[in-house]
Design a protein around this ligand. Structure first.
Ligand SMILES: Cc1cc2nc3c(=O)[nH]c(=O)nc-3n(C[C@H](O)[C@H](O)[C@H](O)COP(=O)(O)OP(=O)(O)OC[C@H]3O[C@@H](n4cnc5c(N)ncnc54)[C@H](O)[C@@H]3O)c2cc1C
Length: 388
């Protein structure tokens, strides 16, 4: 009789979340199987903006990571009223995801994880004390614990949240060759066209990222048409894109969502850990993967509840922050014009937001300042109207 190998941990999805969790677990001598439907290196639509706060959880040296360093942003409202905010130091690096994800995967494999690419998981089941994964080729994998890192609508998310239908965002992204003489120091952010989102140009060496993200459940618009109009307005973009792709964005809201079970955890986009205001997800993928690995190790060593350890870590370090980010999105997006004007008037707000991006200021503190500035902008508008 042939016995099937039982892995300590099987990780579904080898994006930043899956590779980071695999790396930490394999480093601690657990037998880790890392599965992805794609063969690597693979393309992933993404702006590739890495804020400085990723340093805390990135298992690579951020300082030597190749990427275009960004010092500020041009803001516009439907292509008008453009202004620029610039910092003394760089605020983010723009990386290429094919390269970044490959580096993380190599780190996990060098740490001892076993990677199988081109293996799409189509079934997740509990089987007595084990978890059972089935691939599209009919291959069966058994593991004591499963980590779901397969993105916003992956099989692991659907297994844990079969009836969930809360808001999802949609994004379009194109890769474009922008003239090399274009200044690479700034990103371009256009607000006002896309409900609960924005359009962007993230210039990089090689192919740049041009895209938009929105939550269409909040307001139906012809997204592609608006996107093309935005690109036309920028003037310096080439007519032809190298690649165009649509993608889902997970929305983190204050609704109930299952992220952990006795033998299974969700991390990264699969757990809906994405900043609902800015769309930053890589930091949260790395952070939640690190907490998932920590929880698995505690479970193995001390037999404490995997579910409770993970939920208390992410509650404290991720969900509290995202809750405030969601409140800011709920507050600002319905009155975006006022928020834009407040930012144009007070660049100080922009600098404060850069501190949020760098992990120096929590969203809760930023929100207080923002509410105050918007209130002032509203009062001034009212005064102007009354004095006419
Ligand atoms: C257009 C766009 C722009 C963005 N820009 C930024 C940005 O500038 N900065 C930022 O921080 N974040 C950005 N994000 C968000 C960021 O891309 C995600 O938050 C991040 O990729 C999440 O990492 P992850 O590891 O959880 O998931 P992913 O990176 O999506 O990896 C999931 C992996 O799972 C695999 N998979 C899926 N299903 C299966 C299956 N059934 N079986 C096996 N494998 C499977 C996939 O092939 C994939 O490799 C952007 C997102 C989009 C869509």
């Amino acid at each position: 009789m042939q016995f099937k190998k039982v892995w300590d941990v099987a990780v579904v999805g080898a994006g930043p979340a899956g590779s980071t969790a695999s790396y930490h677990l394999a480093e601690h001598d657990l037998e880790v199987l890392l599965l992805d439907q794609e063969r690597f290196p693979r393309f992933k639509p993404c702006g590739g903006a890495l804020s400085k706060k990723v340093k805390k959880f990135l298992p690579l040296d951020f300082d030597v990571l190749k990427g275009n360093e960004i010092y500020g942003a041009y803001f516009s409202f439907k292509g008008q009223e453009t202004f620029r905010i610039e910092a003394d130091n760089f605020i983010a690096k723009l990386i290429h995801r094919e390269i970044f994800d490959q580096l993380l995967l190599e780190k996990a494999v060098r740490g001892g994880a076993c990677f199988v690419g081109g293996e799409r998981i189509i079934g997740v089941q509990k089987e007595r004390n084990l978890m059972r994964l089935t691939s599209h080729r009919g291959e069966i994998y058994l593991a004591r614990i499963v980590i779901g890192a397969d993105g916003p609508r992956g099989i692991t998310t659907r297994y844990m949240n079969p009836e969930h239908s809360e808001a999802m965002g949609v994004a379009i992204e194109e890769e474009m060759e922008i003239e090399p003489e274009r200044n690479l120091r700034y990103v371009f952010l256009d607000f006002g066209r896309f409900p609960w989102g924005y359009g962007w140009v993230f210039p990089k060496e090689g192919l740049s990222s041009v895209g938009c993200g929105a939550i269409l459940e909040r307001k139906r618009i012809p997204l592609k048409g608006e996107f093309d109009q935005m690109k036309g307005g920028f003037g310096f973009l080439p007519e032809k894109a190298n690649r165009r792709k649509g993608w889902l964005l997970p929305y983190f809201g204050e609704f109930s969502y299952r992220r952990a079970e006795e033998k299974m955890l969700l991390v990264g986009d699969a757990a809906r850990f994405m900043d609902p205001f800015l769309g930053e997800g890589i930091y949260y993928a790395l952070a939640s993967a690190t907490f998932a690995a920590e929880s698995v190790l505690k479970f193995v060593e001390k037999r404490v509840s995997l579910r409770e350890t993970y939920l208390s870590l992410v509650q404290r370090e991720i969900m509290n922050e995202l809750k405030h980010a969601a409140r800011m999105a709920e507050f600002i997006y319905p009155k975006l014009w006022l928020g834009f004007k407040a930012l144009k008037r007070s660049h100080q707000l922009g600098f404060l937001y850069m501190d949020v991006m760098s992990g120096l200021l929590p969203y809760s503190a930023f929100n207080k300042r923002l509410f105050h500035a918007i209130k002032e902008a509203g009062q001034q508008k009212l005064k102007r109207m009354l004095s006419k």
